[in-house]
Design a protein around this ligand. Sequence first.
Ligand code: SF4
Length: 280
Amino acid sequence: MKARLTVLIVVLLGVIFFGGSIEKNVIVNNSRSGLDVVFGNTEQNYFVEDGSILEDKKMNYKLSPSDLAFLYEGCKRCYYLKVVHGISQPSIPLPAIFSRMAALLKEYYDGKSTKELHPDLPPGRVMYAERYVQSNPIRLAGHNATCFIKGRFDIVVEFEDKTYGVIDFKTGKPNEESLDLYKRQLHAYAYALENPAPGTLKLSPITKMGLLYFYPSKIDQESVESLSYQAQIHWEEIPKDKGWFLEFVDEVLDVLESPQPPAPSPNCQWCGYIDKLKDI
Ligand code: SF4
C-alpha cells in the first residue's frame, strides 16, 4: 500500500512538474529501493524522502541493437537526441515488401536444421525466431550512467553441443563497411542473451554470430499467375569479441553522457532542410 502511494505521488509530481506532457512516456517500476521512471528512451531513478523527490543522477539508457549500427554511425547528434531526449527523426516507412520478405524467411527457417541455413554452420536447429531480448544494466568504469540492451533478433540456433548462435537476415550483398556496423548489432543481441534482465530470454553461451545475406539473382515464371525469385545466399561469420563490444559501449556512453548534443552531421539533408526553414 505504501509503495503504491509512493508511486502515485511520483507520477502526480511528474505530471505537475512537466505540465502533464510526459504522461504517455511514464513507466513506473517500484522493484528497487527507489523508483525507475522512464522518459522516452531513458530511465532515471528517483527516491522519495520526507515528502520530497530526490533525484539519483544515475541514468540508465536504453540501447537498441539496430540503432547502434546505422543511426549511431550516421549522426551522433541524432542518436543522442533519440536516446537521451526521446526525439526521433521522422520515420520514412520502408516498402512493405521488405518486411514481407523478412517474415517469410523467418517462417521458412523456423525449426530447420542449420545445414539448410548454410553448410559452414555446425549441426543444430533453428530454435527461436523474432524474440525480444533485454540485458541487465551495463556498468562501466568511469561512467556515472549505465545502459541496457533491448531489441529483437531474427533467429537463434541451438547447436548440438548446447551452445547457441545468433543470426540476422539481410537482403543485399555484403560489404566491409556494413559488416563492421552489423557486428555491433549482433554483439548487442549476444550480450543481452548471455546477461539477461530478470524474466527475459537467457541463452548461453553464444558461440557463433553471423549474417545470412540473400541477394535476388534470377526469376522463374511457373505460370501466368505465379513467378518465383531466386536468391544467392551468402554466410558471413562475425567473430565474437566481448571486450571489443564493451569498449564500443564505453564510447557510446561517452556520447550519451555529454551535457550537450554532439554537432550535426555536415552532410545530412534533414538538418539542411531545418536550416532552410529557419530562413523563411
Ligand atoms: S544532422 Fe541533424 S537531422 Fe541529420 S541526422 Fe544529424 S541531428 Fe539528425
